[in-house]
Design a protein around this ligand. Structure first.
Ligand code: NAD
Ligand code: MG
Length: 418
């Protein structure tokens, strides 16, 4: 794994993006019908004349995608589900909006001429189109953390080769990007990501183990898609974000930390060699980091609620409890292990979350199942060094198959088999 700080990434400055200042920036939105996609549309609507939309991509919901394409005046709309073509074509007939469907059409959409790609597909499904755009030199506003967890080394190598800019949209990484302020990477001592603690922050281990999907989806501070909501409840999300930060900022595991902060006002902190600390703060509203990425390196106005610290009165912080939230420990172990282990973690977790949401396994089986698959693939020598995105996707595939097999036993049986 990367052990050195990479100044070209840590400073995140790209003169080519400055060249777009003043004219409308052309965007393509991958995952346009999701929670980030919706917030991106709101940011665009609040900044008239600043943005134009080239393509919008969605998963299965033709109606939602057609609505989004019309609302944003997109030139093209593509569904990942190949069976959705006819429905989408019918909905968009007479609008002049080009229509496509299927995985190849998604890649084509990601490669259409655009100044910036908003990568907001959920899960490793975002890896191929996001990587294709990155390889073609497109600036990427990256919401999809699974891209870097699944194939971080390959993504960063591609970014370096193509010279493309990777702007962090995940709120903690965006806060750190802002807190870095172009600092010399050698002066960075530590990066800290905050976690709200999720809906189960104060629950006992027994109660957490028995949590239902509805309870896991009820996040106290953020309104998000189902997969990331479950990850936030297990704290797997924070583990994935540590791995994301590791690759994005080129910082080793030992200098990354997590702090539980229930109010979700401080999102990320940077400690410098002289003891100074800078923090990125905002109300928990994704429109703030989205606007920061879309307008980079300028700033645009948003309707995000302004911070009134006197009104808030107090901000509190606590350490993360790895006993009640084993998924965080398992993710940190995978980060320290390096090579293919974060890929295995991510693939197994996606299947475990899917099965939990389907009511097939219990909440505690998510962490147990992911750990079992990580251990099994380590023993089998299947989590070795990954040289390319194709390597990563092959390991991801095996991890998913193993997770499906191991988690096929039944709800909360307590016997995840390996
Ligand atoms: P979501 O489930 O609300 O939306 C996901 C989007 O991806 C939808 O448009 C869906 O149609 C599309 N999609 C799903 N499978 C697809 C496929 N195979 N091909 C193409 N499109 C597909 O998820 P979200 O909450 O918007 O999160 C999106 C990403 O952003 C995730 O990686 C998440 O971790 C990250 N993120 C989200 C938030 C948040 O507040 N929601 C915050 C930080 C990071
Ligand atoms: Mg986040």
């Amino acid at each position: 794994m990367t052990k050195t700080l990479d100044p070209s990434v840590a400073t995140l400055t790209d003169p080519r993006l400055k060249a777009f200042a003043g004219s409308a920036r052309r965007l393509t939105i991958l995952g346009a019908t999701g929670s980030i996609g919706r917030s991106t549309a709101d940011v665009i609507a609040a900044a008239p004349g600043r943005f134009a939309v080239e393509a919008v991509v969605g998963g299965r919901d033709a109606e939602a995608l057609a609505r989004m394409a019309i609302e944003l005046g997109a030139a093209c709309a593509v569904l990942a589900d190949p069976h959705g073509y006819q429905a989408l074509a019918t909905l968009l007939a007479g609008t002049g909006i080009e229509v496509g469907a299927g995985p190849a059409a998604v890649i084509e959409a990601a490669l259409r001429p655009a100044d910036m790609i908003v990568a907001a597909i959920s899960g490793a499904a975002g890896v191929a189109p996001t990587h294709a755009a990155l390889a073609a030199g497109r600036a990427i506003a990256l919401a999809n953390k699974e891209c870097l967890v699944c194939a971080g080394a390959a993504f960063m190598a591609t970014a370096k080769r193509s010279g493309a800019q990777l702007l962090p949209m995940d709120s903690e990484h965006n806060a750190i990007h802002q807190a870095l302020g172009g600092a010399d990477p050698a002066s960075i001592e530590k990066m800290i990501l905050t976690a709200s603690g999720g809906p189960f922050r104060t629950w006992t281990r027994e109660a957490i183990d028995a949590a239902t999907p509805a309870q896991a989806l009820a996040h106290p501070n953020w309104s998000m898609g189902p997969k990331i909501s479950v990850d936030s409840a297990s704290l797997m999300n924070k583990g994935l974000e540590l791995i994301e930060a590791h690759f994005l900022f080129g910082i080793e595991a030992a200098r990354l930390d997590v702090l539980v902060h229930p109010q979700s006002i401080v999102h990320g902190l940077v400690t410098f060699a002289d003891g100074g600390v800078t923090a990125g703060m905002a109300h928990p509203d994704m429109k703030a980091p989205i606007a920061h990425c879309l307008a980079w390196p300028e700033r645009i106005s948003t309707k995000v609620r302004r911070l009134d610290l006197a009104e808030l009165g107090a901000l509190t912080f606590e350490r993360a409890d790895m006993d009640r939230f084993p998924a965080l420990r398992i993710a940190m172990d995978a980060m320290r292990h390096g090579a293919g282990m974060p890929t295995v973690l991510n693939g197994a977790n996606e299947i475990a979350v899917e099965r939990f949401l389907a009511g097939a396994i219990g909440f505690r089986d998510i962490a147990r199942g992911v750990e079992a698959v990580c251990e099994a693939m380590d023993r089998a020598g299947e989590a070795g060094e990954l040289l390319s995105v194709d390597d990563a996707l092959a390991v991801d595939h095996i991890a998913r198959d193993r997770a499906r097999a191991h988690l096929a036993i039944g709800r909360d049986s307590g016997t995840v088999r390996v």
